[in-house]
Structure formats: structure tokens, C-alpha cells
Write a protein that binds this ligand. Structure first.
Ligand SMILES: *Cc1c(COP(=O)(O)O)cnc(C)c1O
Length: 385
């Protein structure tokens, strides 16, 4: 008998029952959103940003859905995230833009991952990592006023001169020049677009002519036509969420893709005046029914949303009652009923009658980006077809 045989012959063992902590992700919605953003932006290329595990939605399934929806580039933060996509068999053009001091540029070049370059040092490190007769594809990142990554204006001349030399030596190709907006207002956007034009002129003066100039993320792709250039890099929009305070997903023609679902794990009838959860920040006003839900702040449910955020159970809408704890929270159902095992929807597509990620963001004094990306490691992602 070989070592594997005993396992193969054993009775199938059911997976242990787990508490319901599910993110249900509608990949058709992601396809739709990409197509919608392509249509609105009208650019030659569209990069779907799938960093941070696809904003919590699962980077590999999202990347595939985005490509089906018409994205022709994928964007992630670092080379580690990019190699995960390559290992999953995704061969679309891929850009990374933040690098560890000891980043593995050689593996990136070998895997045809484009490298965002922020400085002369990085440009030289990338050129040195090129083996044999291969060539690194780089996108030079310029700081046009965000004050984060990207080369400062006083370094553009030297950076592009060295880039031009390395290009003629066949070590690199400057495939793109890019920058990122601060979304600080119309005047600030215009100033950054003007600075970006100066960077493009500095590149041209040095003999560098990249095929892809890109500046806009979702907000600017939707509302600032002058920022669109050859490609937009869209993240939040492909997940169906709005980057704006003054426009909902539906108003932008986008469909939220993620529905966060917990389960009812206990139901009990309690008298008026019952204190609920730590600190008794909630007390029942009359005799009522309390439902206990299987999600807590360890799952990324913001504690700040205690006594504020909405949930949906059996189509009814309720508010979290009392403090959100590590693994659970309570909902006062009033005169309504539910059963152990019922779904509790925290947020999803409001067009289906459930609360939105925006409502959770407001309840937790944050933005929808944080609500979806902070989901914890116990949440299981499901992709219903
Ligand atoms: C995250 C990110 C984006 C996407 O931003 P959204 O607002 O989610 O569209 C685009 N470009 C860069 C450089 C980013 O870091």
C-alpha cells in the first residue's frame, strides 16, 4: 500500500460547519462595471486595479471578470501581488507601483510585469535586474502634486535622460508615464494636469515617447475628461462603488458587486429594559426579540458603527443594537420574527432592497473603500454563478 491509499479509501469527511461569514461576489456586476467605465471614459485602454486582494473581492476572480468586461491592463501595488496573478495563469499586461527596498525586479521582468519607477535609483535597480537580452518595461511615475510616490519635478530632466540612455542600450522600454491625482478640487486637478503635461514635455525633450500616458483613477475617469489621456486606472468603480459623496452607484450606472452576509445564531425574547452587549449602550424599550449575528470587528465590521449601521433580515431593515463585539453583534427586531440560520445582509446592492456599503461607511465615519477592503480573514468569498 502506498502512503496516499489510506486517504483515498477513507470515508469522505464533511467540512466542519462554520459560522456564516460570507462575502458573495457578483462577477457579472464587475464585468458590467468595467464595460460601463470603458464607455464613459472612452480611452484607448483601461486598467482594472485589483490591489489589496481586489479591494477585498478576491484578486484573481476579479481580474478575470475585469478582463472579460473589457479591461486590457491590470494594476496592483507590488511585485508580490503581481506574481500571484501570473501564478494563477493571468497573462494580461500588469503594472506595479510600490516597491520594497529589496524588491525582486528580476522576477518581475521575467514574468513580464511592468514596473512603475519613482526615482533614478529604482530605474537603475530595474535596469540592473535585466538578464540576457530581455528588457524591462517601465512606467515612470511623476509627482504632479499628490505629495506621495513619484519623481519630483526637479528630477524629471535627469530621470528622463537616463531613461533615454537605457532605452537606446536596449535595457528598458519606457512604456508609460503616469501620476495620481489628489482629488482636492477642480483647480487642484487642473494644476496637476498642467504639471503632468510638463512632465510629458520633459520626457519628449529627452527623447522618451511612451505609448501610455495615464493619470485618472475612478473619480477623474468619471468627471474630469482632461485627465483621461490614453488610459484610466479604475479601482473602486469596477467594484460598483461610487467615489463621490454626491452620487450613488446607481446614478453612475454601476452595480455593487459584494454582498456581506452573516447568519442569525440565536434568537431570544426579552423584556423591556434589557441591556444589550458590552457597556449597555443599548437597552430595549419594550418587550422585544433580539437576534444574534455571527460577525464582529475581528471580521472587519467597524465597532464605530455600533447602534448606527443598518442590516437586512428577511427583507426587513433594522439597526445594529448595542456594541459590535469581536465575533458577534445584536439586532433588535421589535415585533418581527426570524429564525436561527437566517441570512443577515449587512450591505450589498441597494437596488435589491439591502443597505449599501455607503451607509456602513457613513455609520463608521469612513469611506466605502475602507468598508470593503478591511474585511477580515475569516470571511469566506463565494462567487455564485
Ligand atoms: C488605488 C489606485 C488607483 C485606483 O483608485 P480608485 O479611486 O479606486 O479608482 C489608481 N491608481 C493608483 C496609483 C492607485 O494607487
Amino acid at each position: 500500500m502506498k502512503p496516499g491509499d489510506a486517504v483515498a479509501d477513507a470515508e469522505p469527511v464533511d467540512a466542519p460547519a462554520e459560522l456564516r461569514r460570507e462575502a458573495r461576489i457578483d462577477l457579472a456586476a464587475i464585468e458590467h462595471n468595467v464595460a460601463r467605465l470603458r464607455e464613459v471614459a472612452g480611452t484607448r485602454s483601461l486598467m482594472a486595479v485589483v490591489k489589496a486582494n481586489g479591494y477585498g473581492h478576491g484578486s484573481v476572480p476579479v481580474a478575470r471578470a475585469a478582463l472579460r468586461g473589457g479591461a486590457d491592463w491590470l494594476g496592483v501595488v507590488d511585485i508580490v501581488e503581481a506574481l500571484e496573478l501570473r501564478d494563477a495563469g493571468i497573462d494580461a499586461p500588469l503594472l506595479t507601483w510600490i516597491h520594497a527596498t529589496d524588491a525582486d525586479f528580476a522576477s518581475a521582468v521575467a514574468a513580464r510585469i511592468d514596473i512603475g519607477v519613482n526615482s533614478l535609483d529604482q530605474l537603475r535597480a530595474v535596469a540592473q535586474a535585466v538578464r540576457g537580452d530581455s528588457r524591462a518595461d517601465v512606467h515612470v511615475k511623476v509627482d504632479t502634486g499628490l505629495g506621495r510616490n513619484g519623481a519630483a519635478a526637479e528630477n524629471w530632466g535627469e530621470l528622463f535622460a537616463v531613461a533615454a540612455d537605457l532605452e537606446s542600450a536596449g535595457r528598458i522600454r519606457v512604456r508609460g508615464i503616469f501620476s495620481h491625482l489628489a482629488n482636492a478640487g477642480d483647480d487642484e486637478d487642473a494644476a496637476q494636469i498642467a504639471a503632468f503635461q510638463r512632465a510629458l514635455a520633459a520626457a519628449a525633450d529627452a527623447g522618451v515617447h511612451p505609448e501610455l500616458r495615464h493619470l485618472a483613477s475612478t473619480a477623474a475617469a468619471l468627471r474630469v475628461p482632461a485627465s483621461r489621456f490614453d488610459m484610466v486606472r479604475v479601482g473602486i468603480g469596477i467594484y460598483g462603488l461610487s467615489p463621490f459623496d454626491d452620487a450613488t452607484s446607481a446614478e453612475l450606472g454601476l452595480v455593487p458587486a459584494l454582498t456581506l452576509v452573516g447568519g442569525v445564531v440565536a434568537v431570544k425574547r426579552v423584556p423591556a429594559g434589557t441591556g444589550v452587549s458590552y457597556g449597555y449602550s443599548y437597552r430595549t424599550r419594550q418587550e422585544t426579540t433580539l437576534a444574534l449575528v455571527s460577525l464582529g470587528y475581528a471580521d472587519g465590521i467597524p465597532r464605530l458603527a455600533s447602534n448606527r449601521a443598518p442590516v437586512s433580515i428577511r427583507g426587513g431593515r433594522y439597526t445594529v443594537s448595542g456594541r459590535i463585539a469581536m465575533d458577534q453583534f445584536v439586532v433588535d427586531l421589535g415585533a418581527d420574527e426570524c429564525e436561527v440560520g437566517d441570512d443577515v445582509v449587512l450591505f450589498g446592492d441597494p437596488a435589491t432592497g439591502v443597505p449599501s456599503a455607503d451607509e456602513w461607511a457613513a455609520a463608521a465615519e469612513t469611506i466605502n473603500y475602507e468598508v470593503v477592503t478591511r474585511l477580515g480573514g475569516r470571511i469566506v468569498r463565494r462567487y455564485p454563478s
